[in-house]
Design a protein around this ligand. Sequence first.
Ligand SMILES: [Zn+2]
Length: 306
Amino acid sequence: MNDPSTGALPQAIDQFTIQMESAIRANDWNSMFLDAGRIAHYMADATQPYHTMLFYDPQTKTGVGVHQLFESAAASYLSEFRLVSPADVGLIEPISNVTAFVLETAIQSHSFLLYINRTLIDEGLEWSPELTKIVENRTNTAIIATARIWQTAIVRSNSLPPELPKVNELSIAIDGVVLDSTSYGVIRLHVVDSLRVKTRADVSLSVDGSTFRGQVANIVPPVGEYIIIVPSGTYNANFVFTAQKEGYQPAVVTLPIGTPTTTTIAMANVQFPTTLALAVMVAALVALIWYRRRPSYSLIDALTDS
Ligand SMILES: [Zn+2]
């Protein structure tokens, strides 16, 4: 797949369409959005002429890469585009063979290369109104093609749309606690909306009068995943997590800490991955054996002597 000559993009979109279809059937809206996003990205890629050739970045006579030049034009000339509206498109038709459809779109994109290369390379022009028209054409093609593939997944799933909640509420799920030596704990959590779709929010943890803010766990999607770093120590109150977002009912989750009313972050009543729990237990066992076998002139003895 790393070999650019394999050209597996049409098959990849076909695969994402199948995944999107089963996500809809399973009411797994979080996965559905991920696959819909992948389809949109890949489909738009297939409408860029320079993505349809092995020699994907020829240069102008002054040494400017044409690939980037052409791609950035979509942003620079966006205000001049006439983008398609639902009225222009009418009924969104599903596609019977997604792989073949994407391949046809890529072949169509490829057919623009001759003209673009002639203008930018042979004639050495910086840009032309015809090129703006081509980028507008490719952008609209990407929009309609994406809508048609989404529609394909929806129609094939043969499912009803989800019941939208009147009030959209956030909820917090604690994914685990990871301990880094004894200096701090990392609490991983994610926030979902009423349809269980991961969503961005302001996340914080309050305990013993201190507030720790959640940080975005991933710089790439999926969104809505956070980490909260808590210094190790003894906490005398429950861990209270809050997630807030405009237009949503906030979520508050309380993690009761162990009895009596004192706990350390290491012992917080939070489920953490079994492998990690095992590792901590093994490490404790090794430490215990080591402690029992160490000679009598240890550091502790030396300290008590002084
Ligand atoms: Zn590109």
